[in-house]
Write a protein of this length. Sequence first.
Length: 126
Amino acid sequence: MEKYIDFDRFLQEKEEKTIRVRVYGEDVEVRSEIPMMVPMMLARASGGASGVMSEQEAGLMVFRAADIMFGHKTVDRFCEQGMSTEELKELMGRIFAASQGGEEEEEGAAYDDETGRRAVRKTKNA
């Protein structure tokens, strides 16, 4: 008998988990599991002669990862709202941290733009 692996069945049965992100008043859901294309791009880009990615290459990787995670139209909306390069890098960093089991956002939590430190707003239940 020929060996057969039905990986499609595994993929169909797998539970899709998402991370909900609020950006400019819009709730956007992204997969909590990083799509394979993101680490593949990083691996391919870091294969240069020095093995070290330049700051410009790293920035391009963040933009490509955002397009993969959010989709072109959503990233375009972020741009139209005035999102800066640094803000996009911060957003993607937080998504990567959350997908790796980092701290989850508490309801009512916010971040101070100046320091990047977490400040928690009081909610009605607190």
